[in-house]
Design a protein around this ligand. Structure first.
Ligand code: ADP
Ligand code: MG
Length: 256
């Protein structure tokens, strides 16, 4: 077995088609489709409450859609549970970081590698590679609960990477980071996509990060796709600018 992170199979796709999600009367998503290829980074942006996290939940199996299908490598996975999808290589991070605070950073990542089925020696090699890739060396032996906030966000991604994703779905990786840390996060995401060949869906508020990282961007508003294209084109789109300005107050108040 290859002890390193390796390269994911080229040509593999994660696709969603006609996704609809309802919470009671609320249509959180209504006919949303997307297609993500291995090695590609797609941004998913939109005002607060537009359905971004719900889309990640649908792709990763945490929410069952009312209508629509999710397909991975040509197979319908719409009714597969989250752990089953994770084993297939569809891995997500959460908007709020979840770590084992009393374990070291290294152990947090190792636990994920072992959960994926790596033996101790292989796990150690993989964790070493991931720690280097995410520049977490100086924190590796610290208890995860004592690391600075900026490092915590990278550790969450490191844990996801230890599950050897074919597709990595990241929910607001730069939330709460300052400008410099956000630029570092952008560089990190690109680097890990290149190193592993995985496809990535990045949900983010920070337009700079989206512009720096993504090949393609989808804009959600009120549960439907408002615009779709290259980040620089999408950000010039009047409908998109309007959707953002119209909810700026809400964004600031909600703080997420
Ligand atoms: P975003 O991530 O774009 O900010 P979400 O996908 O979290 O938006 O939410 C979309 C809409 O669905 C919001 O109106 C939100 O309040 C609602 N929502 C999300 N999850 C649930 C849930 N589990 N139960 C009820 N309503 C929900
Ligand atoms: Mg969200």
């Amino acid at each position: 077995m290859d002890p390193g992170l390796g390269q994911m199979p080229a040509g593999e796709r994660l696709e969603a088609d006609g996704i609809a999600v309802r919470f009671g009367e609320l249509r959180a998503l209504d006919g949303v489709g997307l297609s993500l290829a291995a090695g590609q980074i797609v941004g998913l942006i939109g005002p607060n409450g537009s359905g971004k996290s719900t889309m990640i939940n649908v792709l990763s199996g945490f929410v069952s859609p009312f209508a629509g299908t999710v397909t991975h490598a040509g197979r319908d996975v719409t009714s597969d549970a989250p752990d089953r999808r994770a084993r297939r290589g569809i891995v997500r991070t959460f908007q709020a970081v979840r770590l084992f605070p009393r374990l070291s950073v290294w152990e947090n990542i190792e636990a994920a590698a072992v959960a994926k089925g790596a033996g101790r020696r292989v796990a150690r090699a993989q964790v070493g590679e991931i720690v280097d890739l995410l520049e977490l060396g100086e924190f590796a032996q610290l208890e995860a609960g004592t690391t600075p906030y900026g490092a915590e966000r990278r550790i969450a991604i490191a844990r996801a990477l230890a599950l050897r994703p074919h597709f990595l779905l990241v929910d607001e990786p730069a939330a709460g980071l300052d400008e410099e840390e956000t630029d570092e996060m952008a560089a990190t995401l690109r680097r890990l996509c290149e190193a592993t060949g995985c496809g990535m869906l990045v949900v983010e508020h920070d337009m700079r990060l989206i512009a720096n990282v993504c090949d393609h961007t989808i804009v959600l508003s009120g549960g439907t796709i408002l615009a779709d294209g290259r980040p620089q084109d999408v950000m010039q789109d009047e409908l998109v600018i309007e959707a953002y300005l119209g909810t700026r107050q809400v964004d600031l108040d909600a703080g997420s």
